[in-house]
Design a protein around this ligand. Structure first.
Ligand code: GDP
Ligand code: IMO
Ligand code: MG
Length: 428
C-alpha cells in the first residue's frame, strides 16, 4: 500500500467526494491538500447525505485519520459548522486533524473576494466568494495567519495587528470601505481557537508514520485540473494547485510515494463560474443534463454549465497529473440518450487543434469537433458488474480510454456509495 491521489480531472464537481468515501474504507489516512471551502464534496452513504467543504470524505470510517493539510486554507467558522453537523448525525470526529501550517481565511479575505469581483464587473471570475483567492494571496505574500497561530493568543494578536493595519489601508483607500476592527476579529478568532485547538497539530508525523508502515494514504483533491492556477483557463481558475503535484506540496509527500493517481471525470463536462467551456450546450441537451443530474453548485447553488465530454481538455489533465487511472462518474445520466457526442479536437479557423490552448482568448475562438457514438436505452443504475453494462456504454468507455490514453478503472452509476463498478483493481 502507498499513496493514491484522487484528483478532479475537469472543472471540479466530478464526484471526488463519492470516490473518496468509497475508497477510504481501506485507507489509514485521508488528506485534503488544496483549496478551501470553495470545494463542496457530496457523500451519500448509510449515515446520510453530506456536503463536505473542508473535512475529508474519509471521516465516516472511525479507523481512518482525516487530515486537513497544510495546502488548504481554512475558514474556522465553516469548519466548526461542519464538525457540528457531522456530530449531530452521530459521526465521530475525533479522527480529524488540521495541520498547524494550514492558513486561515480571515474576514478581510471574504470581504476582498467580493470587492474584487465587484471591481472586475463584467470580467468577474465567478468565484465562490469564500475568500479563498485572497487567503492564498496572503500566504504567498507571507502575511498570512496560520492555524497554529490560534494556539497562542500573543502570536495571533501580533500577526493580526500587523496584517490588519495594512489591510485597512487597502480597504479604506482603494475600495472606500470602512476599516475592520482588530479587537472584534481577535476576539472571534480566540473563540475559534479554543474550540479548534484539539484538532490543530503537527500532522507530518501522523502521515509519515502511516507511510513508513506501508498503510494506504489517500489524497483528496479539490477543484479540477482545468481550474489549476498554471494549466487551467487562466485567469478563470482557482488560486491553488488541484493537480497531483499539488498533493505533494499540500500534504508533504514526495512524488516517489505515489502508486496511483486517479483522475475523476464525469461522462460529460460541467463548469460553475465564468471562463471558456468549448463544449457548452446552451440549449436543450445541456438543460436535460442539468435537470437530470441536478447540476447545481454544492457550495453556491449556482446552476452548472453543462456540455459534452471534452477529450482535448481531458488529455491535458491526464498529462499534467500523470494519471494512472480514470474513475468515470455519472454514466447513468446518459441512460436513454439516443446518441452521445465526444469532443475529439478543436477547430480554430481552418486549423484543427488536438492539444488544449493555454490562452483564454484562443479558447474562446475554438469550436468543438465532435464524434458521435450510439447511446443506450437501458437503465444502468442497478448494474453491479461491468459485463452487465449495455454494450454501447462499454464502447463509450473504451473510446474515452483510447482518446485519453488512460484506463477507466472505476465507473459509477448513481450518487450513493454502492453505485460503483470496479472495472479493474483501482487500489494497489
Ligand atoms: P465533487 O466536488 O467532485 O466531490 O463533486 P460534487 O459533490 O460537487 O458533485 C457531484 C454530484 O454528483 C453530487 O451531487 C453527487 O452526489 C453526484 N454523483 C456522484 N457520482 C454520481 C453518479 O455516478 N451518478 C449520479 N447520478 N450522480 C453522481
Ligand atoms: P470541488 O472541490 C467547481 C471555481 C469557482 C470559480 C473559480 C474560482 O467541489 O470540485 P474560487 O472561489 O476558487 O476563487 O473560484 O473556481 N471553483 C469550483 N468549481 N468545483 C469546485 O470545487 C470549485 N472550487 C472553485 O466556481 O469559477
Ligand atoms: Mg463539488
Amino acid at each position: 500500500m502507498a499513496v493514491v491521489a484522487v484528483i478532479g480531472g475537469q472543472w471540479g464537481d466530478e464526484g471526488k467526494g463519492k470516490i473518496i468515501d468509497l475508497l477510504a474504507s481501506r485507507a489509514k489516512v485521508v488528506v485534503r491538500f488544496s483549496g478551501g471551502d470553495n470545494a463542496g464534496h457530496t457523500v451519500i452513504n448509510p449515515h446520510g447525505e453530506f456536503k463536505l467543504h473542508l473535512v475529508p470524505a474519509g471521516i465516516f470510517y472511525p479507523g481512518t485519520t482525516c487530515i486537513i493539510g497544510n495546502g488548504v486554507v481554512v475558514n474556522p467558522a465553516v469548519l466548526l459548522k461542519e464538525i457540528d453537523e457531522l456530530q449531530s448525525h452521530g459521526i465521530n470526529v475525533s479522527n480529524l486533524c488540521v495541520s498547524d501550517c494550514a492558513h486561515l481565511i480571515m474576514p478581510y479575505h471574504i470581504l476582498m473576494d467580493r470587492l474584487e469581483e465587484e471591481r472586475r464587473g463584467k470580467g468577474a471570475l465567478g468565484t465562490t466568494l469564500r475568500g479563498v483567492g485572497p487567503a492564498f494571496t496572503d500566504k504567498v505574500a507571507r502575511i498570512g495567519i496560520r492555524a497554529g497561530d490560534l494556539l497562542s493568543k500573543d502570536v495571533l494578536l501580533a500577526g493580526l495587528k500587523a496584517t490588519l493595519e495594512f489591510k485597512n489601508v487597502i480597504l479604506t483607500k482603494v475600495y472606500g470601505h470602512p476599516p475592520l476592527v482588530l479587537e472584534e476579529i481577535f476576539e472571534q478568532y480566540c473563540q475559534y481557537g479554543e474550540r479548534l485547538s484539539p484538532f490543530i497539530k503537527e500532522t507530518n508525523s501522523i502521515l509519515h508514520e502511516a507511510l513508513s508502515k506501508k498503510e494506504l494514504v489517500l489524497l483528496e483533491g479539490a477543484q479540477g485540473a482545468l481550474l489549476d492556477l498554471d494549466f487551467g483557463t487562466y485567469p478563470y481558475v482557482t488560486s491553488s494547485s488541484p493537480l497531483a503535484g499539488g498533493g505533494c506540496t499540500g500534504a508533504g509527500i514526495g512524488p516517489m510515494e505515489f502508486s496511483r493517481t486517479i483522475g475523476v471525470f464525469k461522462v460529460y463536462s460541467t463548469r460553475v463560474g465564468a471562463g471558456p467551456l468549448v463544449t457548452e450546450l446552451k440549449e436543450e441537451v445541456g438543460e436535460l443534463i442539468r435537470e437530470k443530474a441536478h447540476e447545481y453548485g454544492t457550495t453556491t447553488g449556482r446552476p452548472r454549465r453543462c456540455g459534452w465530454f471534452d477529450a482535448v481538455a481531458g488529455r491535458l489533465s491526464v498529462q499534467v497529473n500523470g494519471l494512472s487511472d480514470i474513475a468515470l462518474t455519472h454514466l447513468d445520466i446518459y441512460d436513454g440518450f439516443p446518441s452521445i457526442k465526444i469532443c475529439i479536437a478543436y477547430k480554430l479557423g481552418d486549423k484543427v487543434l488536438d492539444s488544449f490552448p493555454s490562452s483564454v482568448a484562443t479558447l474562446e475562438k475554438c469550436q468543438p469537433v465532435y464524434e458521435e457514438l450510439p447511446g443506450w436505452e437501458e437503465s444502468t443504475d442497478q448494474v453491479l458488474k461491468y459485463d452487465q453494462l449495455p454494450l454501447e456504454a462499454r464502447n463509450y468507455m473504451a473510446r474515452l480510454e483510447e482518446l485519453l490514453s488512460c484506463p477507466v478503472s472505476l465507473v459509477t452509476v448513481g450518487p450513493s456509495r454502492e453505485e460503483a463498478i470496479e472495472v479493474r483493481p483501482i487500489l494497489p
